[in-house]
Design a protein around this ligand. Structure first.
Ligand code: 5GP
Length: 130
């Protein structure tokens, strides 16, 4: 069965898309730790990041870099924190989280409750910085 992220990539489930290329896709996390919290995923449905083949891992990393630089421009923050957890969705994803201190990327913290409009505005602001 397709993962929820494959359904998002295929447009079967809506998302606030940031960008895509031939092998990767980026969209806002629906339950963000911070405004601008973005997920970067390979289109290949591989659960564990270190099970990706080297070419895909390289493409994913470089794609994540380009997205992170845009998020950093769009969202006031000290830098973009990077995390790979993967315990919830079995489809490799890199979390890009705008942070000002270490607690901003504490996944045990309650998530923000943002409206669809707020997410849409943030996604548009990030896209404008690509
Ligand atoms: P992890 O697997 O790294 O623990 O977390 C999965 C992440 O995917 C969570 O931060 C969660 O909010 C996000 N997520 C789960 N389902 C969806 C969804 O349907 N849409 C979006 N945009 N994000 C999701």
């Amino acid at each position: 069965m397709a993962t929820i992220f494959t359904k998002i990539i295929n447009g079967e489930i809506p998302c606030h898309k940031i960008a895509e290329n031939e092998s990767c896709f980026a969209f806002l996390d629906i339950n963000p730790l911070a405004i601008g919290h973005t997920l970067v995923v390979p289109k290949a449905e591989v659960d564990y990041i270190f099970a990706l083949n080297d070419d895909t891992l390289k493409e994913l990393t470089l794609f994540a870099k380009s997205i992170a630089l845009a998020v950093e421009k769009a969202v006031p923050c000290q830098r973009i924190g990077v995390a790979v957890i993967g315990l919830e969705v079995p489809h490799t994803h890199i979390h890009l989280v705008p942070i000002n201190n270490v607690s901003d990327i504490n996944f045990a913290r309650p998530k923000l409750k943002l409206t669809n409009e707020e997410l849409a505005e943030t996604a548009a602001a990030i896209r404008a910085c690509l």
